[in-house]
Write a protein of this length. Structure first.
Length: 149
């Protein structure tokens, strides 16, 4: 598991989250057919979706994704997790054990998820939409135009 300082140094931009959200639907063929499954995606730092797993259970989708990334020898430092559900404390724990620096959820996190993310140094962004999200713990990377000011 990556330590909190390592995870915090890999901040993800709002633009990357927006890009991933905009592309997510076309990466979920089972959900397109059923509208009844959850998805978990691994996105690179630009927001390009690198892998997606779907399941009727949100935890199962995340487990499948993390397993696939581990089997592929992927580095958890090169992106972020995106889930099509709320964020529970178990999902936060799984993200931290995997070594991800950021977990983005489409729905709101539980209070315990926020507490665990804060304790683990994980950036937790939720209520994520294409036009923004709420950062509950940690921070997103500053946008280039914000740095120039």
């Amino acid at each position: 598991m990556a330590d909190a300082a390592t995870r915090a140094s890999r901040a993800v931009s709002a633009a990357a989250i927006e890009a991933a959200l905009a592309a997510l639907d076309k990466h979920q063929p089972l959900n397109q057919l059923t509208r009844a499954v959850h998805g978990a995606a691994w996105c690179d730092t630009s927001g390009t979706i690198m892998a997606v797993r779907e399941d009727v259970g949100r935890h199962n989708a995340l487990d499948k994704l993390i397993g696939a990334r581990l089997r592929a020898g992927a580095d958890a430092h090169d992106g972020f997790l995106l889930v099509t559900s709320r964020a529970s404390f178990e999902m936060v724990e799984k993200a931290a054990i995997f070594g991800a620096g950021t977990l983005v959820a489409i729905s709101a996190p539980t209070s315990l998820a926020i507490e665990r993310a804060r304790h683990l140094g994980l950036t937790l962004a939720a209520v994520a939409r294409r036009d923004g999200c709420i950062v509950f713990t940690g921070a997103l990377a500053p946008e280039p135009e914000a740095i120039a000011r």
